[in-house]
Design a binder for this molecule. Structure first.
Ligand code: AHN
Ligand code: ZN
Length: 330
């Protein structure tokens, strides 16, 4: 750059900055971050509750069952009506016992052309075994999975309804993972680890779009029980500490500090692990975790009592509110 050009640039810069200085009487207000001005739409907890209920009405959504395929159809129709594009990812994988099985991940995209994207996930399958039920005769009975599965999906369906009515610039991808909950039943005493989150294992290695990227991800699991406890899940804190801290800070600002506590919760091998490891997307798990020795999961986890009685719209509402605030303000 020539000396004279440089000088002109300086003069112009001074001119423009003095202009803006004159225009505004409150320079402090001018420098306030724009993000604070965003109006975050309202999450309807009763609507989310009805989406949970409607999933349960199909019966347990055990992969390869009739209820599973009917629920898939209903979910795909729903997201087709709310989102811009719906991808259905059919895949075949292997269970803990080596048996082959078909699965279906469902991805609903809003603003598919936007570069900045946020990934929101939950699992839509329900567990074929109530292997943690106190009644041993129930150990091979499929569960409703009201909290374990349907609650997260219900919240994301309501988010989709809200996004449809309140379009935003950020791209949002809602992913419903299949085959999260078909891990080996406890009574077999198999020391296995990678037999959970099969849909996420598949998607993270074969994303619906080649080279798919997202700025960050939020996974919802067991987000519907009354009086929930959401400590910061251990692996989430390891993989994405700043995201985890930001989300919890926002929850606290919204008045949910009694539930979104600052403790570190147990490490959970959930869908977010593979999204972090294989897809390289920082994703955290918002998951109800208790802090006792026998089980870190919510009281009716993998029992036949994980039914609609355990769902409190208030919990769905606070989680939905947190998610909406994160995606509209971050
Ligand atoms: C393990 O128990 C190793 N993972 C369970 C993750 C899970 C099951 N989330 C919901 N159901
Ligand atoms: Zn489960």
């Amino acid at each position: 750059m020539q000396k004279s050009t440089f000088l002109i640039s300086i003069l112009l810069l001074t001119f423009f900055s003095s202009c803006t200085d004159k225009k505004t009487s409150k320079p402090a207000a001018q420098s306030a971050p724009q993000k604070q001005e965003v109006v975050v739409p309202t999450f309807n907890a009763d609507s989310a509750y009805s989406y949970v209920k409607q999933q349960l009405d199909f019966g347990p959504r055990v992969p390869e069952s009739e209820a599973h395929s009917q629920c898939a159809e209903w979910l795909i129709d729903f997201f087709n009506a709310k989102a811009d594009t719906v991808y259905v990812q059919n895949f075949r994988t292997r269970l803990y016992d080596g048996r082959g099985i078909d699965g279906k991940n469902i991805i609903a995209s809003f603003n598919p052309q936007a570069k900045k994207r946020i990934l929101l996930g939950a699992h839509w399958d329900s567990r074929p075994f109530a292997d943690h039920d106190p009644d041993e005769t129930k150990w091979n009975t499929p569960i409703d999975g009201a909290n374990d599965g349907a609650s997260g999906v219900g919240v994301l369906m309501e988010i989709a309804r809200v996004l449809n009515e309140n379009p935003m610039n950020t791209g949002i991808d809602i992913i419903l993972f299949d085959l999260e909950d078909y891990g080996a039943p406890q009574y077999l005493n198999l020391m296995t680890n990678n037999d959970w989150a099969l849909g996420s294992q598949y998607w993270s290695k074969n994303p619906h779009i080649y080279n798919y990227r997202a700025y960050f991800g939020l996974l919802l699991d067991m987000v519907g029980a009354p009086n929930p406890k959401f400590p910061k899940e251990y692996y989430s804190q390891q993989f994405a500490p700043s995201l985890s801290n930001d989300v919890w800070r926002m929850a606290r600002e919204l008045g949910y500090s009694d539930y979104f506590t600052n403790e570190i919760g147990h490490p959970i091998n959930d869908d977010h692990i593979y999204v972090n490891l294989n897809a390289n997307i920082p994703m955290i798990d918002i998951i109800h975790l208790e802090n006792n020795e026998e089980s870190s999961f919510y009281p009716y986890w993998h029992t036949i009592k994980d039914n609609i009685e355990q769902i409190d719209p208030k919990t769905l509402g606070m989680v939905g509110d947190v998610v909406l605030n994160v995606i509209y303000r971050k």
